[in-house]
Write a new protein. Structure first.
Length: 167
């Protein structure tokens, strides 16, 4: 079952919320697969405001020769351009994998409302695994988090990628 990290939001999701979250996570998975086809680590993110998709992007670090071109950063940039606002206060960000420290920091800068991610990243994840950036009281914004949406698909995509690369 999905779980939320904020203690005041641990109520189970309604069926309608689950359907919505899974629908957008499939979009994030779609761009993650595109990233894999381009030789990138298969992580995908989409940014949604209400019913509107603002942006969807996969990792582009190799393609752009840019260490900051993680899926979350690329899609936040696109979403802000589209919204005409560097704050995305009503946005939900869907990411196939738990965001890293840089990306979790960027989500704070963008003031997003909700982060939904699929699989945990025990090595570099900065939401649950390390640092707990989205819940840090030292920062001036906190983000509600839901994890585990389409977790098997998100995890398998990464595992397949790294298995192939070892061969
Ligand atoms: Zn990142």
């Amino acid at each position: 079952m999905f779980s939320a990290t904020e203690t005041d939001s641990e109520a189970e999701l309604t069926t309608e919320q689950t359907v919505t979250h899974e629908r957008w996570m499939r979009e994030a998975l779609r761009v993650a697969r595109d990233a894999r086809s381009a030789g990138e680590v298969p992580v995908g993110t989409c940014v949604v405001d209400g019913d509107q998709l603002l942006a969807a992007a996969g990792n582009r670090t190799r393609t752009d020769c840019d260490p900051t071109a993680h899926a979350e950063i690329v899609s936040l940039r696109e979403a802000s351009q589209k919204a005409g606002n560097y704050r995305l206060a009503n946005a939900t960000v869907y990411s196939t994998i738990e965001p890293c420290a840089m990306c979790a920091g960027a989500l704070i800068q963008a003031r997003v409302k909700l982060l939904v991610y699929g699989a945990t990243d025990e090595k570099a994840g900065a939401v649950e695994s390390h640092f707990h950036i989205c819940a840090a009281h030292q920062l001036n914004h906190r983000i509600k988090v839901i994890k585990g949406v389409l977790e098997p698909e998100c995890r398998e995509l990464m595992q397949e990628f790294f298995k192939e690369r070892r061969c």
